[in-house]
Structure formats: C-alpha cells, structure tokens
Design a protein around this ligand. Structure first.
Ligand code: ADP
Length: 640
C-alpha cells in the first residue's frame, strides 16, 4: 500500500511537472511572439517614415529652380555611401550625383560618323598607298587645327600612322597629346580613353609588360571612377581591355556598378511614362547580379529625381539605427523582395519562428520578416530549468524518504518478530524447570517416596532446578539492566587464573551431571585483570553453556587462558555444530538465534551473546568468534 501510494504520488508529481513545463513553454512562446509582432510593427513604421522623408526630398529636388538644382543635388548626394547615388533625369539628359559616380550613361548612342572630307587625303595615303610617313605629313597640320574636335581626331590618326611607320616613341607622344584632349570626342568616345587604350596596345605589342600593366591600371581606375561619359557597351569593352592588360580574368565589380546599371531601365521607363503621365512616382527593387538596388523616384515629365540606393545605404542609414530597438525585443529583421530573395539580413531557417509583414500590405517594396533571436526553445529556459530542478529534487526527496521509511518499517517488523520469538523462547525456558519443580514437590508432598536416599535425591534435583531458574531470572535481569544502561559494574583487581578456574569449576558441577567435561589450560604467569567478577563470570558461563548446548556429540569443552597482543585472551573452544559464516556477525545481536539452534529445538532466548558482548565492551574488551560448520567454534574474550 505504502509503495503503491508513493508510486501514484511520484507519477502525479512528474505529470504535473511536465504540464507545468509545457505550459511555461507555451507562455514563453506567446510572449516571444508578442514581442516579435511589436518589433515588426515598429520596424515597418520606421521604414515607412524613412520613405516618406525620401520622397519629400525627391519632390523638392524635382521641383527646384534650374540654376540651383546642381548645387542642391550635389549637396544632397554628398552623404550617400559609395554604392548609392542620386540621378536627375531631364528631357534628353541625365546626370549622376555625386559627380563621377555614374559609370555609364543610357542616353549615349554609338559612335557618330567620322570626318571623311577633311581626313580623306590622309586616309587614302594610310589605307590605299600604305605610305605612313606621307600620311603623317598630311596629318601634322590638321593636328594644329583650330577646332579641338578636328585636332583630337587628327592626333588619333597621327599616333596610329606613326606607330605603323615604326616610330614608337613619337606615336606614344602623339597619344599623350591626345590624352590631354580629355573628354573631346574621338569617334564618339572621349579622347583620353582612346589614347590610353592605344598606348596600352602599343606597350603590349612592344612586349613592355611593366608599362602595359601601369597603363591598364590607370585605364581601369579611371573607368571605375566614372571619369568618362560612355555607354554600357563602351564601359564593358574598355574595362575588359584593362583587365587583360593587368592579367586579370574578370574585374572586381565597382561599388557603384549596380546603381549605375539601375539607371538604364529607369531611364527607359521614364521616357515611356513622361509621354502620358504628369506625376511620376514609385519605388521598387532592382537587382544587378546579386546586388539589390532600391529605386525611389519622384518627378514630372520635365524632370525626374531618382535615388538608387545600395545595400550599404539601407543598412547604415535605416537598419542599423533600428538595431537597439529590435534588440530590446530580442528580434532581428530580414527583408526579401517579391521573389523571396534576401535584400538584407538572413532569412529565418526552419526552426526559427517569424512574424511577416507582406510588401503589399505595408506599402513597402519588401516583405519584412521579424525573427526571434534564440528561438522559442530557449525563451524562458532559465525559469523552466528551475522548475525541472525543483521537481527533480522533490521527486528525489520523496523517493529517498520512501526508501528510508521502507527500511525502517522492515527493521521494525524484523524486531517485532524477534521479540515475539524471544517471548516464546523465554516462556519455553521457564516451563521446563517449573514443570520439574512442580512434579518433584508434588511427589515429595504426597509422601509416596519411601527411602531417605530417594528423598535426598529429589531434594538435590529440586535445588538444581531452582538454581537453574534462579540463573535464568538473573540472566534476564542483567540483560534488562544492560539494555537500560543501568548495570552497576564493580571493578576490582583480579587474578585471572584463579577467577577463571572458580567459574569453570562451578560450571563443571552443573554440566558434569549431563556428562560434559571442561578442560582448562593456562600457560605462563597468571595475568591480572581489573574486572567485575560477577559480570565477567556471567560472560564465561554463557560461552560455556553455549559450547555445551551446541555440542550434541562431543562431550569435552576446552577453556584456555593466555595472552594475545598484550591483552588477556580467554578462549572457549568446542567441537560442536559450528556457525555458518553468514550468521557469525548476526548472533551478537539481541534476540538473534542461529538457524540450526531454532530447527534443532535447542533451548535458548538469543540474548546470551548480546549480553556477553556488552559486558566485554564495558571492560574495554571484545569478543570474537572463529567457527566452521560441522567442526566447532572458538569464542575468544579479549581484555586489557
Ligand atoms: P542462545 O540462547 O540461542 O544460545 P546466544 O546469544 O547465546 O543465544 O547465541 C546466539 C546464537 O549463536 C545461538 O542461537 C547459536 O545459533 C549460535 N551459537 C552460539 N554459541 C555457539 C556455539 N558454541 N556453537 C554453535 N553455535 C553457537
């Protein structure tokens, strides 16, 4: 019943604990979700605020007075990170701010026709006669023409013909001169660009690797720095030339590349829109390779202000300032476009919980994902750990308590059984002498015993039985006093040999009648003791009585007095039934009787050895047993 109750209790406790943990987890998840929702709303509101501010700025720029426009635009764009720019579109032209950030222009067409008339003679000499020196002669005066465009075209042709006629140094000098013409168009391209590429080719043909690389590096950095107004095809071609010159397979994309690429579709869209719309505004994401560009525009058919904002702008201007707020809610955010591509942040993985704000519902160009940092599993973990630890401790306590109570109960039951055995044994012990006394006294009282001799014999028997009864009662009283701790010991100096002999002789008188003989051996000088004569006598008597009781077949018992490790040793040895190893420790406990003693019906109450040990202990001594079943036992009393 007890264990079953405990089991039910433990199960109920465990079940309750589990429920508690589950509820707590659900609650923590709910709290987490609320925080995430809050964070998402805050982030959306912040982003919307940013957008309306941007649109206000664009509105201002698109309606600014023409003379101040460039100044205002430059000022506005100065703070933009390198991957972002402001574009101003006007009917046939577009401009990027800050200056030189736009790498190529969508409104520049292919090269216009050359100058056939003025260069006709020189070209005939160069291509038909292949007389390059004469061509050089014809071109020299043109290179000093008043029209800078003619000058640049002539310089380019001069360089080419000088090179073809083998005058390398002069050719390079001519190209240098051409480079100084800067952005003057040569065959529709800036003169400096044409000159640099020509010099690169000359160095390559001359196999002057060092100079070629230097030239290529300059060309590349000028292209990436947005030095020239060229179109996309020109930019790509000359950049690949520069790369080849530097021995690279593909160029590192310029920071402003994605934003520049965005200008192209934006320009075309505007050209289409301005025909039939008066108020032009919008926002969207443009992708170039794996770089997203946020396009926001506002304007009229006359002028459009466009912001092309790269990831850096988004992160440094909008998202980073949001981090402290998000941190307070243990949330991070990620932005994705309509195709689910990540514009910023990491998309949540399967195990993370998120709150979503769809692009369509919040009027943003992205869908916003708010993700709980750490996830629901770890939310409120500390509290749950505490609950689990508390419950585990409680369970442990209940189990330990059950164990100890169980053990105590088992002991109690065992003691109760021993006590009832004891009562039965003692009653039996008493019954035998009392029956004898009654029968003898009845016999004597009836006067049926005629001879004096028989009468004497009966009286002796009466005395013997009363003596036995007396011993029994005395023994029990001594045991009772010892148990109560109220045994009055009277220690006195004792001659061990003399005292032991008297005890043995007294016992011999009792046992001799049953046919037993006690042999006493004492060696060396008689040791002296300080002891309670009567109590110690009781110990020896008990040991002798046991030796006789448990020796049904051997009628001799040996008593030895000697020394062992500076102690007095009194050994009582028999060749009786012996004691199994497993019982040797237990027999010194009160009420414990050996199995053989119980089954063999040998009289006894199981208190003799317990009493003997207590008396020996009171003398600062001890009793040890050495025994083998079937061979006999030796009990040794060791005294100081
Ligand atoms: P009991 O009244 O049963 O003899 P004891 O305390 O004197 O009680 O002894 C305890 C048990 O020890 C005995 O029941 C017996 O099994 C065992 N025992 C004691 N002395 C001997 C011995 N000399 N030979 C064999 N068994 C012994």
């Amino acid at each position: 019943m007890f264990f079953a109750t405990t089991f039910v209790l433990v199960t109920a406790l465990a079940w309750m604990g589990w429920q508690l943990v589950r509820q707590d987890r659900a609650l923590a998840g709910q709290r987490l979700e609320e925080r995430r929702e809050n964070a998402a709303d805050l982030a959306v509101a912040a982003l919307q605020r940013h957008f309306s501010q941007l649109e206000g700025d664009l509105m201002r720029l698109s309606t600014a007075a023409a003379p101040q426009l460039r100044e205002q635009a430059s000022e506005y764009a100065a703070g933009l990170p390198e991957d972002s720019m402001l574009l101003i579109f006007r009917s046939n032209d577009l401009e990027g701010f800050p200056e030189h950030r736009l790498l190529f222009y969508p409104n520049i067409s292919a090269a216009p026709a050359a100058w056939p008339r003025i260069f006709a003679a020189a070209e005939a000499l160069e291509f038909q006669k292949q007389d390059y020196s004469k061509a050089v002669g014809a071109l020299r005066p043109l290179a000093r023409h008043t029209d800078p465009t003619v000058r640049a075209e002539a310089q380019a042709r001069l360089g080419r013909n000088l090179w073809k006629s083998g005058q390398v140094a002069e050719a390079l000098a001519a190209y240098d001169e051409l480079a100084r013409a800067g952005s003057t168009p040569v065959a529709g391209l800036p003169a400096e660009l044409v000159a640099r590429e020509a010099r690169l080719l000359v160095f390559e043909k001359q196999k002057d690797g060092e100079a070629a690389r230097r030239e290529a590096a300059q060309l590349s950095s000028a292209l990436r720095g947005g030095e020239w107004r060229i179109n996309r095809a020109g930019y790509d071609f000359y950049l690949s030339e520069a790369c080849r010159g530097m021995g690279l397979t593909s160029p590192e994309p310029a920071e402003a590349l994605a934003a520049s690429a965005a200008a192209e579709p934006m320009w075309e869209e505007w050209q289409a829109l301005r025909r039939d719309e008066s108020n032009i505004a919008g926002r969207r994401i443009f992708w170039h390779a794996d770089r997203p560009v946020l396009l926001v525009w506002r304007g009229t058919p006359e002028r459009l202000a466009v912001l092309a904002l790269g990831r850096r702008y988004l992160e440094s201007q909008w998202l980073e300032p949001l981090l402290p707020t998000l941190g307070r809610f243990d949330t991070r955010i990620a932005l994705t476009d309509s195709d689910g591509r990540a514009v910023s942040g990491h998309l949540p993985n399967g195990s993370e919980t998120q709150s979503v704000r769809l692009a369509s519902s919040v009027q943003l160009p992205w869908t916003l994902h708010a993700v709980s940092v750490g996830g629901a599993a770890t939310a409120g973990l500390a509290a749950r750990r505490l609950i689990v630890t508390g419950l585990a401790t409680l369970l442990l306590l209940v189990l330990a308590g059950t164990y100890f109570i169980g053990r105590a109960a088992a002991r109690e039951v065992a003691v109760a059984r021993l006590e009832s055995d004891f009562v039965a044994s003692v009653s039996h012990e008493f019954r035998t002498p009392i029956t004898a006394l009654r029968q003898l006294s009845e016999l004597l009282a009836s006067g049926r015993v005629e001879s004096d001799e028989d009468r004497q014999e009966y009286y002796r028997a009466l005395a013997q039985e009363s003596e036995r009864l007396h011993r029994l009662v005395e023994g029990l009283l001594t045991f009772g006093r010892l148990e109560a701790g109220a045994m009055p010991f009277r220690f006195e100096p004792l001659d061990a040999a003399e005292w032991l002999r008297s005890v043995v002789e007294e016992f011999q008188r009792d046992a001799g009648a049953r046919g037993y003989r006690i042999e006493m051996l004492a060696d060396g000088s008689p040791p002296r003791l300080r002891a309670d004569r009567a109590a110690l006598g009781c110990v020896i008597w008990n040991l002798l009585d046991n030796a006789v009781k448990y020796s049904p077949d051997c009628f001799t018992v040996w008593v030895e007095l000697g020394r062992e490790n500076r102690r007095v040793a009194i050994r009582v040895r028999d060749q009786g039934i012996g004691i199994p190893e497993s019982e040797q420790k237990l027999i010194f406990r009160k009420f414990v009787r050996g199995a053989a003693a119980k089954t063999g019906g040998i009289r006894g109450a199981g208190v003799g050895l317990a009493m003997a040990r207590q008396i020996a202990n009171a003398h600062q001594g001890e009793i040890v047993v050495d025994s083998r079943p079937g061979e006999g036992s030796t009990f040794t009393v060791l005294l100081p």
